[in-house]
Design a protein around this ligand. Structure first.
Ligand code: ZN
Ligand code: ZN
Length: 243
């Protein structure tokens, strides 16, 4: 049993690590095409980002691996595979519930990590990227990685989700985690600057967190930031990107 859990965790770490390398590598490549020279002079920083991110992948794999093993071997979790087990409208609703729950957890833990002591001990690693690149998506100190690693493995015990919807959640998590750090905006201006962008977080919003620190703490939605008065609006890196 212990060996099975060990291998499950190791397999999950490998999956998260490969997923990170593919997603960050893909967006780094897109950056090279769309914004040539944007990462010039950041080679050492990017190597550090990759190192921390791979260590984070290892940590992410542990709770995920334990829960994946329990799901298969012991029938743990509320993950379902029969799409008819819940009404079809529940598929998008479950995705939104997961994103909202993760966003809430992230907002409050992130805000807490900006207090002097946790910042010094853990969160400073993430902010050592100035400015962050596509490789910074999982560039966290192990303590911070641990706070992120437990979210989805905990939620699958609480909120029912189809395995395909869970894959959608993980895909959104990966793409937004990478693209929010890559130093340019990939979404169209009408979306980012329009009513939708007033509630959704994209690179332009998170960049401002990395510029100003004590604001824009959210992950997917601006709801908590706006409710708590920590939303400082959108950044603007078009000038910086062209410089
Ligand atoms: Zn960040
Ligand atoms: Zn921060």
């Amino acid at each position: 049993m212990v060996a099975a859990i060990f291998w499950s965790a190791l397999a999950m770490s490998a999956i998260v690590g490969v997923r990170y390398l593919l997603a960050s590598g893909g967006f780094a490549l897109a950056t090279r095409v769309r914004q040539p020279g944007l990462y010039r002079g950041l080679e050492r920083q990017m190597r550090r980002e990759i190192g921390w991110s791979l260590l984070s992948a290892l940590i992410y794999g542990i709770p995920a691996g334990i829960v994946a093993w329990g799901w298969q071997a012991r029938g743990w979790t509320r993950i379902y595979t029969d799409v008819a087990a819940f009404p079809i409208w529940y598929l998008p609703v479950s995705v939104l519930l997961y994103l909202a729950a993760h966003d809430t957890w992230f907002y409050w833990t992130h805000r807490w990590m900006h207090r002097p002591k946790p910042f010094r001990i853990a969160h400073a690693v993430h902010h050592a990227s100035r400015p962050p690149t596509a490789w910074a998506a999982m560039s966290f100190h192990p303590w911070e990685a641990l706070t992120g690693a437990v979210v989805i493995p905990a939620l699958v015990f609480i909120i029912p989700i189809h395995v395909g919807a869970l894959a959608a959640v993980l895909t959104i998590m990966t793409i937004m985690g990478v693209s929010n750090h890559m130093g340019w905006e990939m979404f169209p201006r009408w979306m980012v600057r329009g009513p939708l962008g007033g509630w959704l977080i994209t690179a332009t919003h998170h960049q401002r967190h990395h510029d100003l620190y004590a604001c824009n703490y959210g992950l997917y939605f601006r709801v908590w930031d706006r409710l708590c008065g920590t939303d400082r609006g959108l950044g603007d890196f078009t000038a910086k990107a062209r410089a």
